[in-house]
Design a protein. Sequence first.
Length: 276
Amino acid sequence: MLKDITLGQYYQADSKIHKLDPRVKLVGTIVYIISLFMFRNLTIYLFALLFLIFVIRMSKVPFSYIVRGLKAIVFLLIITALFNLFLTAGKPIVTIWKFSLTYEGIAAAFYLAVRLIFLIIGSSLMTLTTTPNQLTDGLERLLGPLKKIKVPVHEISMMMSIALRFIPILMEETDKIMKAQMARCADFESGNIIKKVKALIPLLVPLFISSFRRANDLAMAMEARCYQGGEGRTKMKPLIYKKQDYIAYAFLLCYLVLAILLGKFLPLHVLQFFVK
């Protein structure tokens, strides 16, 4: 399960998506997320699915590798879907005690599940095709205008980059601790939920200690290199827009305009298949 988390990992490949400026990929991810929440209809989601498949093919990242990251959110997906199924008011289909399954609940659960899946895949694709250093530089440049109102842009970018970089490291550390505990006859699989939670205590304590140790080592290493923030620092590889980046921006603009037009003038709702 821990190895299935792909957020924060970088997949090296020679693709046009990898070569894009990180600012383009950040803006593209934001535009894609906005398009998912603009309208609640099947037309938008089908169009977003086609766009996502096209970008995945362009990135040369295996589809199975990207989808693998969804295994980590299956439990969250099921819980949120169940809440929407039985707690959304509308025309009831089946009533179980105080809970009613409604047509509107089915539609709400479907929309939420699709949005969450597309959002996780889209975000994972950005981190899989962008190194943490590129992500930091791109985020800092995008948020640059906020420096005029005294927002610590560099520090925010650095913290997000370090957090993303630590995700795969901590997952690897957790896997090592789990294997060490299992070698000492620890059982993380059997029993009810309460027993499983209790079994995680010997796992969480060394993980927290290891996390604090790594954070302290990183802080000392940055201080030893005279790190004083982003003021006055130069870049080894400064971000410069190229022709392919402007083409990508134009492509994103076309996608957003088409998404708005399709969502507004060609709406197709889930309820149309249930209620006439």
